[in-house]
Design a protein around this ligand. Sequence first.
Ligand code: ATP
Ligand code: MG
Length: 174
Amino acid sequence: MTTQGLVIINTGHGKGKSTAAFGQAVRAAGHGLRVCIIQFIKGQSDTGEALAFTSAFPGQVELHLVGTGFTWQEDKETVKAAALTGWELAKEKILSAAYDLIVLDELTYLIGFGIVSQEEVIGLFRRRPKRLHLVITGRDASQGLIDYADLVTEMRAIKHPFQKGIKAQKGIEF
Ligand code: ATP
Ligand code: MG
């Protein structure tokens, strides 16, 4: 069986983009695929996914937290610098041939905020090993990225507990 690497995008304004990507990572890891996850925005190391991946699949699922955890409004330069460092890491990982699946969690914001161009992102994806699957998450995926991808899913918000004032909960949101 030959493997055709896919570019998969989970976008939209509803919940489930990142968790679906982690579910994909678990499925891949279950089959022994080598997985790398890069989280661009969130910087916490105690999220459920970080704890699960580092303890449940040691040495098989690599997790990199390159975000500062700060929002864009607080300190643009720090956030931008962290995102750029993350992008350099993503380039190295994508070209390394050491993985079967790479998750680029919240990558769409790097394009949205003009930190990397859509062209640079697609250019890198084109140069990746043929068998490498990529999963990209984040709101408002740019049209060029959508056109280039093989599989695009939009999470649409119908209801969210936030609307009735229920705060983020452990195990559901982080
Ligand atoms: P998750 O990580 O739970 O799969 P996500 O990746 O789809 O969520 P993000 O845009 O990364 O969502 O936002 C992360 C947080 O924002 C999540 O905790 C999620 O519950 C919350 N969130 C997502 N969609 C909405 C919404 N429509 N209204 C309010 N909060 C939301
Ligand atoms: Mg997310």
